[in-house]
Design a protein around this ligand. Structure first.
Ligand SMILES: Nc1ncnc2c1ncn2[C@@H]1O[C@H](COP(=O)(O)OP(=O)(O)OP(=O)(O)O)[C@@H](O)[C@H]1O
Ligand SMILES: [Mg+2]
Length: 227
């Protein structure tokens, strides 16, 4: 049985226009992401990887083209509707972790759940997730008291707190040494294969592409290879 598409992108264009320049960052990208995929995006600097991820994650809107998420045309939605989908259904992990410096690990993970759930439930869920990603010894530490690898695991726990359908990660291992990077990749592998989380990840590391169930290489805003 063919797996169900969770994201379908057709002929996506994104042109950035500023006073000085006009950059055609995406020039007609089409792809499908199926539920349960470990979808990895590669390509040279400036090839449009982060631009594409921002489109897929509803962090920005395309210049043209369609994006269907869970059967819905998200480009026609209001910003409010898109924000609701982002909070409930999508998780994000960035190269520089983006944790709140003045909050503990536990508080950082609880935060995205606190708008919709009772405090005790948020706390229990955050603890469970920090345990799941292997940093239960850091519950009450601030980010700066944790290693880079631990901070990224906290960020991964945070991305999971609302039970997202898809997790987006933009070069999540780029700031880590090779041992910590491998720990993060193994964690993603387990979230993907044991818990069926769909993962969309950008990397520059050739050895990390072996984790992919689908691999997309972008070149100059276009799909170069896709398998
Ligand atoms: N907000 C923006 N305004 C103007 N140009 C932008 C903006 N964001 C990206 N660009 C340009 O769009 C092109 C694609 O950028 P993008 O960040 O998507 O590349 P990337 O593949 O993620 O690169 P890297 O590997 O360096 O992260 C680049 O030429 C970049 O300078
Ligand atoms: Mg980038």
């Amino acid at each position: 049985m063919p797996s169900e598409a969770i994201i379908t992108v057709t002929d996506l264009y994104k042109t950035y226009v500023t006073d000085e320049v006009r950059v055609e960052a995406l020039k007609g990208v089409s792809l499908d992401i199926a539920r349960g995929d470990f979808f990895i995006i590669t390509g040279r600097n400036g090839s449009g990887k982060s631009t594409l991820l921002h489109q897929l994650g509803l962090l920005d809107r395309p210049t043209s083209g369609t994006l269907i998420l869970n059967g819905l045309d998200v480009n026609t939605m209001s910003e409010r509707e898109r924000a609701a989908i982002r909070v409930r259904e999508l998780g994000y992990i960035f190269q520089e972790y983006a944790l709140m410096a003045e909050l503990t690990a536990l508080e950082n993970v609880m935060l995205p759940a606190m708008m919709t759930r009772p405090m005790a439930e948020c706390r229990a869920r955050a603890k469970e997730l920090l345990d799941r990603v292997g940093v239960s010894h850091r519950l009450h530490n601030l980010p700066r008291q944790c290693s880079g690898g631990e901070q990224q695991k906290i960020a991964i726990a945070r991305s999971l707190v609302n039970g997202p359908a898809v997790i987006f990660a933009d070069e999540p291992t780029a700031n880590l040494d090779s041992i910590a990077a491998q720990g993060i990749m193994e964690l993603f592998r387990s979230l993907n294969s044991d818990e069926n989380h769909t993962i969309v990840m950008i990397t520059h590391e050739q050895d990390e592409t072996t984790y992919a169930t689908k691999l997309l290489n972008l070149a100059d805003g276009l799909v170069d290879t896709y398998a």
